[in-house]
Design a protein around this ligand. Sequence first.
Ligand code: F0G
Length: 459
Amino acid sequence: MDPPMEFYRIKIVEPIKLLPPGERRRRLEEAWWNVFRLRSTDVYIDLLTDSGTGAMSIYQLASLMLGDESYAGSRSWYRLEETVKNILGSDALVLPVHQGRAAERILYTTLMRARRARIVPANTHFDTGRAVIINAGGEPVDLPTPRARSPEPLAFKGDIDLEALEELIAREGPESIAFILLVLTNNTLGGQPVSMDNIAGARRIADRYGIPLVIDMSRFAENAYMIKEMDPRYAGRKLGDIAREMLSYGDHFIMSAKKDGLANIGGFIATRSEDLYQELAARVVLEEGYITYGGLAGRDLEAIAQGLIEVLDEDYMRHRIGQVRYLGRLLAEAGVPILKPVGGHAVYVDALEAVPHIPRENFPADSLAAALYLHSGVRAVGLGALAFSRRVNGRIVYPERELLRLAIPRRVYTTTHLEYVAKSLASLLGEPSRIRGLKLVWEPSVPGVRHFLAKLKPV
Ligand code: F0G
């Protein structure tokens, strides 16, 4: 496989620096061994997240000048609303918010209250949504397809386990389920896509029991592209049409425009229910801003509207997914244990396999993240015990997986950058015993946000 072809050329550059090793060590110590606490200027290649870190196109940059900064009734809002309706259908009622977690907070807690229910099954919750539900007294339940556990590169590992979903509903009663959530793509389990049949299956169950179906569409275009590739029925279809079909099954939606909106900030809530819209609108005014800006500048609304068009371009997406796969292939060839197939926005390294000598209580994934920064100036994120372990009846329950996520910002890094990352990680893991575990020095009292803020030190 050759490196993916770029369908863009570079017009503006941003210098980056690779600090010498001793300097990196000092910076990491100052950051309490938590890469979230590093300054970006001390990072050479930043794969912490694909969220809000993409490069804008000339059309997006030009659209910033068209931003209408009116408090109410902004022209830019109507442009964005029309673009979203073009994807979700004309019956969708749309509200802007400053980013995805605001949409999660407002929609999820409104639904939980309206239905007086606290259980939220999902294909797998992502950390922000999970934290919102827990902090509202709810219970997020992960029901990934059993295929997600297979070491084989199976298609659609992002699916929800429909049988387990029906069992949960039968056990708890439909009235205790606040809503069913599908996260497209399944970020926590490797950016894996959810199949069209699985989305349709979740819709049927939602209808059977009268439970709302919420779709987190933050990476909807990546999901649509992988359906096109993996499901022969969709091979000849346009990305936009696949996306429209996928999203036609949802009742309510949250979007972080920092992902497939190709924007640096922003998000929205959408619903097909008039009544719910009125309630959500009131909360947006109270918590985010007026319903035609939602905490965003007019220029942000423009950038998102344009981004939502560009993200469905086949050339763009072929390169996007191609880059992620290219990094995955380089790592796999170098013997680094990664989740297969490679997902849409990131390569996930299996830290339990990569650093088996580090026990769970010493956070293998986050220890590997710290070691990778020390070794090469590359920043990635740990998604494992530090982020997801819970205390149940005084006992610590660890998440099933311990992953180091290398998320690729959109249109930002070159093939050479990816090759540097692969070479660095492979050489670091050539001598895994040199990587030391970490222990907690301090953690925040709010549940669900530990990994963002924790202070650590080597054992
Ligand atoms: N939903 C998904 C699937 C996400 O991945 C994220 C954020 C959010 C919602 C929240 O959106 O950041 O705009 O508030 N994910 C980022 C990540 C932070 O690194 O994967 P937000």
